[in-house]
Design a protein around this ligand. Structure first.
Ligand SMILES: *[C@@H]1O[C@H](CO)[C@@H](O)[C@H](O)[C@H]1NC(C)=O
Ligand SMILES: *[C@@H]1O[C@H](CO)[C@@H](O)[C@H](O)[C@H]1NC(C)=O
Ligand SMILES: *[C@@H]1O[C@H](CO)[C@@H](O)[C@H](O)[C@H]1NC(C)=O
Ligand SMILES: *[C@@H]1O[C@H](CO)[C@@H](O)[C@H](O)[C@H]1NC(C)=O
Ligand SMILES: *[C@@H]1O[C@H](CO)[C@@H](O)[C@H](O)[C@H]1NC(C)=O
Ligand SMILES: *[C@@H]1O[C@H](CO)[C@@H](O)[C@H](O)[C@H]1NC(C)=O
Length: 821
C-alpha cells in the first residue's frame, strides 16, 4: 500500500497549527513595547497569510489536489465532452485500414519487428508517447512435419514392409479470392510449444480429449499407452488434451477441427463452404499453443520472473508437452478416422458427450474408438526449432494527474497466421481507434486524472508471454498503482457481445454498453446493451488479462464481439481468418469494429476520468455468494450424481464442459452415490460452507458502505459548493475521495494467496483461475473446487479457511478505519 501521498497531505494538515503556535511562542517570548508588538503581529499575519497562500498554490498543483478546482489540472474538457469525443472519433474506414495493414503479412510472435515499430509510430502520430519493451523468450518455430497412415504390406523373416495408404497434406488450400492464403511466406500448420518427435503407432480416437473422456476410455479398458491420440478440437484448451494424453503414456497427439461443432452452418446441412459461403473451408487448420496454460502461462523457462536478457533459465519445462502433436483439417483427418471404423468400441457406446456434435458421419466415419490394429499405424513426425528470441511489446502512456492510480489497456498483436483479421487484429484495429480517440481528446485539451498505459502485446498466442513477462517485471508498481486492466483480444468475429470480468467492473460494462447504439437497428434506437445477453463470465484464461487478474490481483475485463452457432464459421487460427473473410463474412463494412471501439473507449474513459472510481464492491459480494452456491451444487452432485447428471443438461458449451470437468472422478462419484451409502464427509463438508456465507455477509455489509460512501461523494462533487478559499473543507473532501478510491483500488488484491494454488503456485487468486482441466473457462474458488473434485476433505477444509481469511481481509481493507488526524 502506498501512503506517501496521504503522508504528504498529513504533514500539510499539521502545517497550519504548527506554524501558528510557532508564531505565538515567538511573540510571547519577546516582551516588547506596543509598536513593536503591532509590527510583529503584522508580520505574523503576513507570515500566516503567506503560508496559507503557498498552501493554496501547492494545493493547486494537480499532484496533491486534483479534484473539483476548476481548471485545476488544466483540463479543458468535462467528462461528458470526453465521452463525446471517445464516442465520435472511431471510424469504420480507419478500422478497416488498420485491419488491412496488420493482416498483410506474417506476424508470428517475435517475427515481425516492423509491425511493432509501425504501431509505435502510429500511436505517436495519434499523440501518445510510446516505447518498445523487449523480452528474450523461449519459443519454437516450425521446421518440418509429416503425418501418414501406414499399412503393413508384408512380413518376411521378421522384417515388415509398409505402404503409405494416406499422406496428410498438412496444408491449407490456396484460395484465389483470399490473397493471404497464398502468400509465399505463409506460416505452416503447427503447435506452439509442441515437442519435436517422430513416432509411429496405432491410433485411438479420444473424443475431445478432456480429462473425463480419457477416464471413460480407461474405464472401457481401451489401451492408451504407446498409442497416438486423435482428438477433436473444442471444449477445453488444446494443451490440456496433450497434457492428459502424455500423462497416460500416449506418444503423440493429432488434433482436428470437426465440422459438427460448427452448429447450423455446415456443408452437411447444405451450406456452401468458404469462400463461396459461410461454412468451414474443409482444409482449414487450427494452429495454436499446446502449453499447459492452466499450470503457468508466460515464458516456461522463467516462471514468476521476467525474461530479461541474462535472466536465469529453468532447464525443466513442466508447463509444456514432451510428446509431439500436430493440428490437421478434417479433410486430413477423414482417412485416419475411417481407418478406425470397425475397431474397438464406438463413441455411441459411451455417453452423449461422445456423440454430441460428431459431424463426419455423413463422410463415412463411424467414430470407432480403436485402437487401430497393429498393422495399421500412423507416423507422426514433428520437428520444431526452439530458440530464445526477442519479443516486442509496444507500450504507450498518457500521464495522468494522480501518479498512483493507473489504468492498463491491452490487446495482443501477434497471430498464428499472416491474416489474423479476427484474432487478434480486429482487436488491434479497434485498439488503434481507441488510442486515436484519446489522442484527439488530448489535442482538444483533455487531461486524465489517472495515467493510462496502452499495451500492444507480443507473444500472446504461445502462452500470454508478452503480458505475463511485463506483469512479472513491474509487479510491485502494478500491485501498488493499477486500478484495472482492460483487454480486448478478438475485438470482432461476429455480432454478439461477450464479456468476462471481475465483478467490480460489472457496472462499468453495463454503463458503456448502454451508451453505445447497436449496429443492429431491427428495433430503432436499441443499444448494444439491449441486444446483449448481459452475461458477464468469470475470469478464466486464454488471453492477456490472466497475469493481471490471477497473478497480480488486478480487476480485469475482456470484451469482444463473438459469433454464434448460426453465424459464419470463424476460421480460428487458420489462414482463412483473413482480411477477405472479415470483409465478406465477419464484419462487412467494419461496423462492429467501430462499435467495439466506442464501447472499449468508454470503459477506459470511465475508469480514467471520473474522480470516484466507478467500481461496485457489492457486486463482488453478490458474486462471491453465487460462487459458494455453485460449490454447494457441486457437492449436491457428489451426493446424488445420477440426478445431477440428467437434470443439469444445458445448452451452453462452456457450462457443459465445466460440468464435464466437475465430474471427472467418476469412479468415486459412482461409489459414493446415495443408494449405496450416504457420503458422510461430503454431507458434513457441505454444512461447513455456511461459515463462508457468513463471512461473505460481513464483507457485503462493508462493501455496501463503501459503495454508499462513493455515491455520496459523487453527489457532493456534482454540486461542489465549497468556496475556493476553504482549504480545510477541500482537504477533507479530497481525503475522503482518496480513501474511497484507495479501498476500491486495493480490494481485488485482498484475494491473493501468496503460496498460490496447489500444484500451480503461479496462480495466486483464491477466487478466480482457469479451470485446471479446461484452461479457457474460469473456475471459481479453484483450490476448494479441485479438492472437492478428488474428495480430499482435509484440503477442502484448508481452502475454506484460506478463502475465509481472504474475504475477512477484504472486508477489513474496505472497512472504516480510524483515520489518523
Ligand atoms: C510484417 O508485417 C507487415 C504488415 O502486415 C507485412 O507487410 C510484412 O510482410 C511482415 N514482415 C515479415 C518479416 O513477416
Ligand atoms: C521417422 O522414423 C522412421 C522410423 O521409425 C524413419 O523411417 C523415418 O525416416 C523417420 N522420419 C524422419 C523425418 O526422420
Ligand atoms: C510521464 O511521467 C513519467 C514519470 O513521471 C515521465 O518519466 C515521462 O516522461 C512522462 N511522459 C510524458 C509523455 O509526459
Ligand atoms: C437484432 O435485434 C433484434 C431485436 O432486438 C433481435 O431479435 C436480434 O436477435 C438481433 N440480432 C443480432 C444479430 O444482434
Ligand atoms: C467402487 O466400488 C466397486 C465395487 O464396490 C469397487 O470395486 C471399486 O474399487 C470402487 N472404486 C473406488 C474408487 O472406490
Ligand atoms: C478419484 O477418487 C479416489 C477416491 O477419492 C482417489 O483415490 C483417486 O486418486 C481419484 N482419482 C483421480 C484420478 O483423481
Amino acid at each position: 500500500m502506498d501512503y506517501s501521498l496521504s503522508e504528504k497531505a498529513m504533514a500539510f494538515d499539521h502545517g497550519l497549527p504548527l506554524a501558528k503556535s510557532h508564531v505565538t511562542t515567538q511573540v510571547s517570548s519577546r516582551q516588547r513595547p506596543q509598536p513593536y508588538w503591532q509590527r510583529l503581529f503584522k508580520s505574523a499575519l503576513l507570515y500566516f497569510g503567506f503560508l496559507y497562500l503557498s498552501a493554496v498554490l501547492i494545493l493547486r498543483r494537480p499532484l496533491v489536489w486534483p479534484f473539483s478546482w476548476p481548471d485545476c489540472h488544466h483540463n479543458k474538457l468535462s467528462h461528458d465532452q470526453l465521452r463525446q469525443i471517445i464516442f465520435d472519433t472511431p471510424s469504420s474506414q480507419r478500422a478497416e485500414e488498420w485491419s488491412r495493414y496488420y493482416t498483410a503479412g506474417p506476424h508470428l510472435a517475435g517475427k515481425n519487428l516492423s509491425q511493432a515499430l509501425w504501431t509505435q509510430t502510429k500511436w505517436e502520430q495519434f499523440g501518445i508517447n510510446a516505447e518498445i519493451n523487449t523480452y528474450d523468450v523461449y519459443i519454437n518455430y516450425p521446421k518440418d512435419h509429416r503425418l501418414a497412415l501406414l499399412k503393413k504390406k508384408d512380413e518376411k523373416d521378421g522384417i515388415s514392409t509398409w505402404e503409405v495408404s494416406f499422406e496428410a497434406s498438412l496444408e491449407e488450400d490456396i484460395i484465389e479470392e483470399d490473397p493471404t492464403s497464398g502468400l509465399q511466406d505463409r506460416i505452416p500448420t503447427f503447435h506452439g510449444y509442441s515437442a519435436s518427435g517422430n513416432v509411429t503407432a496405432p491410433v485411438v480416437y479420444v473424443n475431445y480429449g478432456t480429462y473425463q473422456d480419457f477416464e471413460d476410455l480407461l474405464k472401457a479398458n481401451v489401451p492408451l499407452e504407446g498409442k497416438i491420440a486423435i482428438a477433436r478440437y473444442g471444449g477445453i484448451f488444446r494443451g490440456l488434451k496433450v497434457k492428459r494424453a502424455q500423462e497416460l503414456g500416449m506418444v503423440g497427439v493429432i488434433l482436428y477441427s470437426d465440422p459438427g461443432d460448427d452448429g447450423d452452418v455446415t456443408d452437411e446441412k447444405g451450406v456452401k463452404t468458404y469462400p463461396d459461403g459461410p461454412a468451414r473451408q474443409p482444409s482449414s487448420v487450427q494452429r495454436g499453443s499446446t502449453q499447459f496454460l492452466s499450470v503457468a502461462p508466460g515464458d516456461p523457462t522463467t516462471p514468476g520472473y521476467p525474461s530479461k536478457p541474462g535472466a536465469p533459465r529453468q532447464p525443466v519445462h513442466t508447463a509444456i508437452p514432451s510428446i509431439p502433436s500436430i493440428p490437421i483439417s478434417y479433410v486430413d483427418a477423414l482417412p485416419i478416422l475411417k481407418a478406425l471404423n470397425g475397431h474397438g468400441p464406438k463413441a455411441a457406446d459411451f455417453n452423449q458427450w461422445w456423440t454430441r456434435n460428431a459431424g463426419l458421419g455423413y463422410k463415412g466415419v463411424d467414430y470407432n474408438v480403436g485402437p487401430t490394429p497393429d498393422h495399421v499405424v500412423v507416423n507422426l513426425y514433428n520437428e520444431q526449432d526452439y530458440v530464445t528470441t526477442p519479443l516486442w511489446n509496444v507500450i504507450g502512456v498518457i500521464n495522468g494527474t494522480i501518479p498512483d492510480e493507473v489504468i492498463v489497456v491491452g490487446n495482443h498483436r501477434d497471430a498464428w497466421v499472416a491474416g489474423g483479421a479476427g484474432d487478434p487484429n480486429s482487436g488491434s484495429a479497434v485498439f488503434n481507434e481507441v488510442i486515436r480517440s484519446f489522442g484527439e481528446a488530448l489535442r482538444l485539451g483533455w487531461k486524465p486524472l489517472r495515467t493510462i498505459v496502452f499495451a500492444s502485446w507480443d507473444g500472446e498466442e504461445y502462452g500470454l508471454i508478452g503480458s505475463t513477462e511485463w506483469v512479472e517485471e513491474y509487479l510491485p508498481w502494478l500491485k501498488d498503482a493499477i486500478v484495472a486492466y482492460v483487454n480486448t483480444d478478438v475485438g470482432c468475429r461476429g455480432k454478439f457481445l461477450t464479456a468476462s470480468a471481475a465483478p467490480l467492473l460489472n457496472q462499468i460494462i453495463y454503463e458503456a454498453t448502454k451508451s453505445v447504439p447497436s449496429p443492429n437497428q431491427t428495433i430503432a434506437g436499441q443499444s448494444v446493451y439491449d441486444v446483449w445477453d448481459k452475461k458477464i463470465r468469470t475470469m478464466g484464461s486464454g488471453s492477456d488479462f490472466t497475469a493481471f487478474q490471477d497473478f497480480a490481483g488486478i480487476p480485469s475485463v475482456d470484451i469482444g464481439f463473438n459469433n454464434d452457432i448460426h453465424s459464419a464459421v470463424y476460421h480460428y487460427h487458420s489462414n482463412y481468418d483473413s482480411f477477405h473473410w472479415m470483409e465478406k463474412f465477419g464484419d462487412p463494412g467494419f461496423v462492429y469494429h467501430r462499435t467495439m471501439a466506442q464501447i472499449f473507449g468508454l470503459i477506459v474513459a470511465q475508469l480514467a476520468d471520473l474522480p470516484i472510481i466507478q467500481f461496485g464492491a457489492k457486486d463482488y459480494a453478490v458474486a462471491l455468494n453465487s460462487y459458494v452456491d455453485k460449490v454447494e451444487g457441486k457437492l449436491e452432485a457428489i451426493l446424488s450424481p445420477i440426478e445431477f447428471a440428467t437434470s443439469s443438461l444445458v445448452d451452453d458449451e462452456e457450462a457443459i464442459f465445466e460440468m464435464r470437468a466437475s465430474q471427472r472422478n467418476t469412479s468415486s462419484l459412482v461409489n459414493s452415490s446415495k443408494k449405496d451409502s450416504p457420503n458422510l464427509p461430503a454431507l458434513k463438508f457441505k454444512k461447513s460452507l455456511k461459515g463462508l456465507h457468513k463471512v461473505i455477509g460481513k464483507f457485503k455489509k462493508q462493501a455496501k458502505k463503501l459503495d454508499e460512501a462513493a455515491e455520496e461523494l459523487r453527489l457532493e462533487l456534482a454540486d461542489n459548493d465549497i468556496p475556493w478559499w476553504n482549504l480545510p473543507a477541500k482537504f477533507k473532501l479530497w481525503h475522503r475521495i482518496r480513501s474511497v478510491n484507495t479501498k476500491y483500488k486495493l480490494l481485488e488484491r485482498s484475494f491473493l494467496y501468496d503460496q498460490g494454488l496447489d500444484g500451480r503456485p503461479w496462480f495466486k487468486h483464491v477466487v478466480f483461475a482457469p479451470g485446471l482441466w479446461t484452461g479457457y473457462s474460469g473456475a471459481v474458488f479453484p483450490g476448494l473446487v479441485e479438492s472437492i473434485d478428488v474428495e480430499d476433505w482435509t484440503n477442502a477444509r484448508r481452502w475454506v479457511d484460506i478463502i475465509e481469511s481472504r474475504i475477512k481481509n477484504a472486508a477489513k481493507a474496505i472497512g472504516e478505519h480510524k483515520e489518523k488526524r
